[in-house]
Design a protein around this ligand. Structure first.
Ligand code: KG4
Ligand code: ZN
Length: 483
């Protein structure tokens, strides 16, 4: 224990293994993200079994790299924070089990963090790091308000503080599209759920539409890049208003987070539904006979699987229990991976360290950067379709978020989660917020998608208030945030 307020954050809820050291919830000493994108890309989405296996491979080198980058050892840590949900059960358990073992061995507190709260704290961390003189112990804006009752924010450090103002937070990612009202409370934050999706998350719609069009996973960055060269008015996609009848019936949403979210108590004007636009794109593709074009595109990214080893790898991904039977005991999954040039398991630490990056492998295809590159990938009508899809999704996110801000009198909006990296989303939200005189904040691009700095940051107020997890901490795949 260093007493410097050093928290190691660990994140493994989906397809990124991440570790980060953050000092007093305000200064990032290191942030390491090992992305599994190349592993899942050919399946058009995350394969849970592969995700767990990749987390197991990466967790030790990623944590070691985060400590090394921060220039500290385990003995310097004051606490360990880990994502406990929501997310994939097997993936979460890898991070939780490792975090528990480290905390036990070092005899330091373990802090459980909700992944969605982490995304909200990514914005707060950015604000602290980008505001001169701001830190978790003082400074203007949301930052100072956060810690006003914490021990770190003693009167000697600049009280009295301004009265805290709630902020509206839109968490928009591959798994979630949720609006919260976040209020500073007792040195920490409390959250009220204001709106959410009834079915797919916005990022999920991006990923599914991309897959339909033969673009790689995750689809968001591809659609973002291609939409710039299309006509957003070409296809008039429309979002219909969620019917109060459905919402008053108190039906459980079809999303993974269905367990606890009180849909019946939410204003239907703040509810989202993205399954309709996905189906509308599918109909458009079929009506305009775009399937062959999409298949040809997909084949360019992932040439037809032909080898025995590739088929074994695919089978193992979808049906791990059947893979051994087909290949026999002498041909385990790692052998298939090795034949394909993928790292075998276990892989030497030094090699794994070389692979740590927030970017996919250098050989992995990258979204186009120019109109010529975009047109080489998609004909103009497809670019128009993509631009129209994105325009409609961003428009719907804006309409409901600003309506909620107005209804609640919120003067600050935080937009966070993977989809918040989207260029059109940032530009249009920023323009509209300026028009309404609302303060809007986004995380930096690297903090928009999954990372562990946001987990270590969200843990700081819990560390100060002694809100620690016990040894029985387990994964909660549908953990809800707020009431
Ligand atoms: O926050 P995140 O890394 O993981 C979850 O918690 O889900 O978000 C990943 C999601 C994916 O659906 C991905 O397609 C989407 O964020 N995404 C984007 C962009 N970058 C990532 N969506 C739209 N535009 C982007 N630039
Ligand atoms: Zn996330």
């Amino acid at each position: 224990m260093s007493g410097r307020g050093l928290i190691l954050g660990i994140e493994s809820s989906c397809d990124e293994t991440a570790a980060s050291v953050v000092e007093r919830g305000a200064r990032t000493l290191s942030s390491v993200v090992a992305s599994q994108i190349p592993t899942h890309a050919r399946y058009g989405g995350v394969v849970p079994e592969l995700a767990s296996r990749e987390h197991l491979r990466a967790i030790v080198p990623v944590v070691r790299a985060a400590l090394a980058q921060a220039g500290i050892t385990l003995a310097d840590l004051d606490a360990i924070a880990v994502t406990s949900g929501p997310g994939l059960a097997g993936a979460l358990l890898v991070g939780i089990t490792y975090a528990k073992a480290l905390a036990f061995a070092q005899n330091i507190p373990l802090i459980a963090i909700n992944h969605l709260e982490g995304h909200i704290h990514a914005v707060l961390l950015n604000e602290r790091e980008s505001t001169p003189g701001a830190s978790a112990t003082g400074g203007p804006g949301l930052v100072s308000e956060t810690w006003e009752t914490s021990e770190a924010n003693s009167p000697a450090e600049g009280s009295p503080r301004p009265s805290p103002e709630p902020a509206l937070a839109l968490v928009v990612s591959g798994g979630h599209t949720h609006i919260y009202l976040a209020r500073p409370a007792h040195g920490s934050w409390s959250y009220s759920l204001i709106g959410r999706t009834l079915d797919d998350a916005a990022g999920e719609a991006y990923d599914k539409v991309a897959k339909l069009l033969g673009l790689p996973y995750p689809g968001g960055p591809w659609i973002d890049a291609l939409a710039r060269y299309g006509n957003p008015q070409a296809v008039p996609f429309a979002f219909s208003q969620i019917k109060p009848k459905l919402h008053l019936a108190g039906k459980a949403p079809r999303t993974k987070g269905a367990k606890t979210s009180p849909i019946a108590s939410l204003n239907p004007h703040f509810l989202f539904s993205f399954s309709g636009i996905k189906t509308a794109v599918l109909r458009y593709v079929e009506l305009h006979d775009l399937r062959p074009e999409a298949h040809a595109r997909a084949a360019r990214f992932f040439p037809r699987k032909s080898t025995h080893a590739e088929q074994a790898l695919d089978l193992a991904a979808c049906h791990p229990e059947r893979a051994q039977r087909v290949e026999g005991p002498a041909f385990p999954l790692s052998a298939a991976a090795q034949t394909l040039g993928a790292p075998s398991f276990p892989q030497p630490l030094a090699e794994r360290m070389g692979n740590l990056s927030s970017q996919p492998a250098s050989t992995f295809p990258k979204p186009p950067k120019t109109k010529e590159e975009a047109l080489a990938l998609c004909p103009q009508p497809t670019l128009d379709l993509i631009a129209s899809f994105q325009h409609a999704v961003v428009g719907d996110l804006m309409k409901k978020t600003f309506a909620a801000a107005e209804a609640l009198g919120a003067r600050r909006i935080l937009i966070t989660g993977g989809v918040s990296a989207n260029r059109e989303l940032r530009a249009r939200f920023t323009t509209e917020a300026a028009r309404r005189g609302i303060h809007i904040l986004f995380p930096t691009l690297s903090l928009s998608t999954d990372n562990a700095a946001m987990i270590a940051t969200a843990a700081w107020p819990r560390f100060l208030s002694g809100d620690f997890a016990g040894p029985d901490l387990s994964a909660d795949p549908s953990l809800a945030l707020g009431r």
